[in-house]
Design a protein. Sequence first.
Length: 213
Amino acid sequence: MQSQFKQKLAFIAQKTMTRKFIFLFLMIFQSTSMYAQAPLKATWYRYYDSKGIANISTNVTPNHIRHGYEALDQNMQLIQRNRAYNSEADVKKAPLRAAQAQQKSADLKLKKAYTNSQVAIKKRNDALLHIKKQLTFQQDQLKQLQSDRIYFKRQQMEHLRKAENIPVTLKNSLDYNQKNIEEKKKNINSLQANYLNTQTEYDNIIARLKTLD
């Protein structure tokens, strides 16, 4: 009987130790996992000067940036390397950065104005159609003026054939007609140039938007 009681006590003690061991193991595992997941933070910053001498500090100084530096953890283990700042290279890249910034600003304006290339295509077609209607109207008026001029010239020739003085009203009509013809031709040339410029401008906009779509 006493032997069975001792065995039972030994079993209970073993079971209790097993539970403690498992609990301790879980705590250690959890602590290790949390430590592994926590991002490493730099504690020291080290750079080597022109003589190869290491300089260490708790913050980044202009010398660190000029020479290039290493970020170290609390155990002096390397976390990250940062290249030295090259002022000459930076100056050379300044125009490129300015051009890129300008292009980015222009792209934002395009996106704000047109949203995408399909919207720009529709606006281009509408604008060109409007100019084409104006051009057709001016061309029709020019044809009418040219037809009127033929009529006025015939009247003039009839008076000359009869050796008659050309009426003042006919002279005025011919002068007024000639001025209108010249004006219409200027308008037509202007509209034709506007049509080509508008088409070219929109084509460039659409091409750029297609790269941004």
